[in-house]
Design a protein around this ligand. Sequence first.
Ligand code: PGA
Length: 263
Amino acid sequence: MAKQKKLYMGTNTKMTKTTTQTVEFLQGLYDATKDISREQFELFVIPSFTTLARACASIPANTIRIGAQNIGWAESGQFTGEISPLMLKELGVEIAMIGHSERRHVLMESDEMENKRVLCTLRNSLIPLLCIGETKEEKEQGRSDDVLRQQLRIGLQGVNPEQARCLRVAYEPVWAIGEGGTPASKEYASEKHGVIRSVLAELLGNAVAEEIPLLYGGSVNPGNAEELIAMDDIDGLFIGRSAWQADAFNRIIRSVIPVWERK
Ligand code: PGA
């Protein structure tokens, strides 16, 4: 592997695993992948809040990064039900997922809220994984690019290019996610990643935009992972259901590494 950019592979376990199940999953994934050099490959898992302390302690450092499924937008204060970045850092959490489709569309979070979370994440030296994506209706109305532009423009307001170097973006079209989702074609996903890259360049400059990993998510499975990772501007995969068993996730990882190396 002699590339500048790493391959990023991650999963969000949503609200599906208890602490015991999360620890078992992480240890299985660690065992299955420990022979793979992390020099140019990053693996991350984003489990439920209640699992995070045990999750971080359950695997050796620098093997699988642990992320939180959301993050509050203040360090402390009157925000019942929110989790502060200080609390996450204390546990060893490194990544904060922000704006997952289910937060936006089930829990009605706005771009302005995601922006406050991004700023708080950066202020506290955590890695923001900003999720964006258009709905089926927006796609049918031909508004996908505008929606992505707006989600980035508002979501990243006030972020300076230097801070943005640690940002990651996941493109997850809402119509592609979860049970009943239709995966984006490789051509469509790559085209939208190109749009995202160019908006990032407008906002942050070319050099920083090139550095930001863009991950595709939404019904990634063993049948489409390789063709997706082969495409331009797709730097990683963010997987739900197909990655929730350690063996299955390991098989996907091993199938995409050679494809990514040939890119
Ligand atoms: P899925 O979930 O792979 O099960 O479609 C993706 C996601 O929600 O991130």
